[in-house]
Ligand binder design. Structure first.
Ligand SMILES: [Fe+2]
Length: 382
């Protein structure tokens, strides 16, 4: 079986790497940036700080702080309008998954024309996007280094998965010094998102030895560091390990893709406007219980990566140990126990399930599921 490995050409990471990244940005010869961010980072002055550093490189910029959590088609269109009116020749995304995804939508439409809805699915665009430099502040969605762009179509209440090599950023930046301000809840949710990426990629039907290595290392780093990063946000060593972990998990799922957890979580996020990482964290043990029938040996590896001594365990017992370890981590970082707590409604399950079956992320789940089975998993997660 052949495989293709996608990753940005240049990736700069580590505590205090932002200045090194700015030197790299200065060498591309760009003139004016659209800085895509959210209101929180704009209000905290982080976007202005980046604009100031660009100005020192003689690069002009304009700030667009309209990337909402679960960014929408309207957010993309507003940013695209500002980009065109301002004559920007590249895009800088600053934040977590929402600003990166919104920026990808803007940069893709800037060169390909049309609307972001036109690019739903896999590799629907024909031209490279406007150059995108992604400065990450969470750990994380890994959107700063992936070819995945998730945009909410508010009219349909669904999250569109745009999986397109052309949305891969030119340069990714992961400076843990920009992550210390993340509150506990966001640290926990984004960390569990990264764990979900690693586990779904590891049990994916498209996994390769390269993605396996990335996934297992990510799982170990997350198991050893997420609790620390949540309990003490200023623990720079834990923050740096989480930055590496989420990047490794991104390398894994960017190439092995995901599974039913993401396909189902996208529907919850799109329907109820819920945080992506929390939806994943709640669904993860339930989907892996469903998957254990066909990939127990792989889930036993997950248990080992999470520090469980599986000596003498059958694959089935190892899979149960992995699911227990996931639940323990989730509980320790105070993820809500079920979907009811998140405000989901039992009556919506049939529609959520049918939309989940249309999501491209489910295609590589190790166990094929039908409408009834997806509905059952949703119910079990209530
Ligand atoms: Fe995710």
């Amino acid at each position: 079986m052949s495989s293709t490995f996608f990753i940005p050409a240049v990736n700069i990471m580590g505590i205090g790497c932002l200045d090194e990244a700015m030197v790299a940005i200065g060498k591309y010869g760009f003139r004016k940036a659209l800085i895509v961010t959210d209101t929180g980072l704009a209000k905290a002055g982080v976007a202005k700080m980046i604009a100031g550093k660009l100005a020192m490189l003689d690069i002009d910029s304009v700030i667009f702080d309209g990337a909402k959590p679960n960014p929408s088609i309207a957010n993309v269109e507003l940013g695209l309008g500002l980009l065109k009116d301002s004559g920007c020749d590249f895009v800088v995304s600053l934040g977590g998954g929402s600003p990166h995804d919104c920026a990808k939508g803007i940069a893709l439409c800037a060169t390909n024309g049309g609307q972001i809805r036109d690019y739903e699915g896999v590799d629907q665009s024909t031209k490279p996007q406007l150059p995108l430099i992604a400065i990450n502040t969470t750990a994380g969605t890994a959107s700063e280094m992936t070819r995945f762009c998730i945009i909410t179509d508010e009219s349909r209440h669904v999250k569109m998965a745009i999986v397109d090599r052309n949305v891969t950023p030119l340069l990714s930046v992961n400076d843990p010094a920009l992550m210390v301000a993340m509150p506990k809840g966001l640290t926990a949710a984004t960390g569990m998102d990264a764990l979900t990426h690693a586990i779904e990629a590891y049990v994916s039907t498209a996994a390769t030895p390269i993605t396996d290595a990335c996934a297992l290392k990510a799982i170990t780093l997350i198991s050893n560091n997420l609790r620390l990063a949540v309990s003490d946000g200023s623990d720079l060593a834990a923050r740096e390990n989480m930055a590496y972990a989420q990047f490794l998990a991104g390398m894994a799922f960017n190439n092995a893709s995901l599974g039913h957890v993401h396909a189902m979580a996208h529907q919850l996020g799109g329907f109820y406007d819920l945080p992506h990482g929390v939806c994943n964290a709640v669904l993860l043990p339930h989907v892996q219980s469903f998957n254990a029938l066909v990939c127990a040996d792989r889930l036993r590896d997950v248990a080992v990566a999470m520090g469980v001594d599986t000596h003498g365990f059958s694959p089935e017992k190892g899979a149960q140990a992995a699911i227990a370890a996931i639940r323990n981590l989730s509980r320790d970082v105070e993820i809500p126990a079920g979907l009811r707590e998140l405000g989901a409604k039992l009556n919506d399950i049939p529609l959520l399930a049918s939309n989940a079956l249309k999501d491209a992320c489910g295609l590589t789940n190790p166990r094929v599921a039908d409408q009834r089975q997806i509905e059952e998993i949703f119910r079990s997660a209530f």
